[in-house]
Design a binder for this molecule. Structure first.
Ligand SMILES: [Zn+2]
Length: 406
């Protein structure tokens, strides 16, 4: 038996008063005690001055994307070896940032499923969706998940299930990083989405939808999906969140992952707005020049306002970063998503969205300091309760009881 002890602690739901001692046997937490707890004589104790909390869970990543500008469309042309190298690099960056579980919501040729089954000790646990399902020419069509007459929904879901995916991802609206797709409309009819949901559920798989548009969100809720990514409420000329839609989303227990988190230090001072953002910002009446990171300020405010409404309506919020999709979204940027979320909801709940609430949403035995759960632990430098930026200063990480392999 061994133990990690720290002066401060967050248990996945709330901050402790005082510190904590977490006792572990192999890959499992066996007891959670006070800082002063007297451990058995044969128990090796490591003591930290900072805050101990469960390892973070990033509910929305793309391990096959490496954060390079305009790199998405080229990903499908990489070899399996090149994709596998990208995945390993991304996992190392994630665990270095304290992330011990990732949910991958879009890959190429099921390479993240292969990586999941390799399960290297010290790297994050993976849940994988395989290629996201979309329409011909629709968002991320170049990743290989197009549904059409030659490749209907039944076959697509069957193939995903046969490859052993953990979850199904469907693009219910266009996406900003596929500029020619329809970010303000819907890619599937409600009946088509419902068919996909039923097929997924029949195989025991949850289905999550990407939806920036209000229409996509409305159809996703009507179809009974399990989760919505982005949740931007876009319609021509603006962004709206009707009360009825928020209430229906909460009533159906559909979780929302707002994919916040932007690393501005990765955006060069004169960076021009990518074409998809020019299109969306233009429609929303947001400035598209001069070039630079400040252009994203109002879009972030709009998305934080959406989270505030969703939270007030009782919708379950989970945190995911969309890591990999571009320069401001490097792997390991989840702590920025939590910080941005904390401008809209209480900090302890923002942390829960990346630990306990995320674990419940992903169905993994982690996300809390609790006996019987996986020994996925993170220590950050400082008192996280009084200094939220401490989340960006990880000092020690355990994944299933093993030290992080960086
Ligand atoms: Zn994504």
């Amino acid at each position: 038996m061994r133990a990690w002890r720290a002066a401060h602690a967050f248990d996945g739901e709330r901050f402790f008063t005082g510190g904590v001692t977490v006792l572990m046997e192999d890959d499992t937490i066996v007891a959670v005690e006070s800082e002063a707890f007297e451990v058995p004589a044969d128990c090796e104790v490591t003591t930290y001055a900072g805050t101990l909390l469960p390892g973070l869970i990033d509910c929305h990543v793309h391990l096959v994307f490496d954060g390079s500008p305009n790199g998405l469309e080229l990903t499908g042309s990489l070899t399996d070896d090149e994709l596998d190298t990208r995945i390993e690099t991304a996992l190392a960056a994630q665990v270095a940032a304290g992330v011990t579980t990732v949910r991958d919501l879009g890959d190429v040729r099921y390479r993240t499923v292969v990586a999941r089954d390799r399960a290297r000790p010290g790297l994050p646990r993976i849940l994988a969706a395989g290629p996201p399902l979309t329409t011909p020419g629709g968002h991320c069509h170049f990743l290989g998940g197009v549904i059409d007459a030659d490749h209907p929904a039944e076959r697509a879901i069957a193939e995903h299930a046969e490859h052993g995916v953990d979850v199904i991802k469907v693009m219910a609206s266009g996406g900003i990083l596929t500029p020619d797709s329809d970010q303000f409309g819907a890619q599937f009819a409600t009946t088509e989405l419902r068919t996909l949901v039923d097929l997924a559920h029949a195989r025991g798989l949850k289905l999550r939808t990407h939806a920036h548009s209000l229409l996509g969100m409305e159809r996703a809720v009507a179809a009974g999906v399990d989760g919505i990514e982005h949740f931007s409420g876009l319609r021509p000329g603006g962004s709206v969140f009707p009360e009825a839609l928020l209430a229906a989303t909460a009533a159906a227990n559909i979780s929302v992952c707002p994919t916040l988190g932007t690393d501005r230090s990765r955006m060069p001072p004169g960076m021009a707005l990518p074409p998809g953002f020019v299109k969306v910002f233009g429609e929303l009446g947001l400035p598209t020049e001069p070039a630079g990171a400040a252009l994203f300020d109002r879009f972030l405010e709009l998305r934080q306002a959406a989270v505030r409404l969703a939270y007030a309506a009782g919708i379950r919020i989970v945190s995911g970063s969309d890591a990999g999709v571009g320069p401001p979204k490097p792997h390991g940027c989840l702590q920025l998503a939590v910080q941005e979320l904390a401008s809209a909801i209480p900090f302890a709940d923002a942390l829960a969205s990346a630990t306990s609430w995320a674990a419940d949403d992903c169905g993994v035995p982690a996300g809390r300091l609790r006996p019987g759960l996986s020994a996925d632990l993170l220590v950050v430098d400082g008192d996280l309760r009084t200094d939220p930026t401490a989340l960006g200063r990880p000092t020690a990480v355990l994944v299933r009881g093993r030290p992080a392999d960086q």
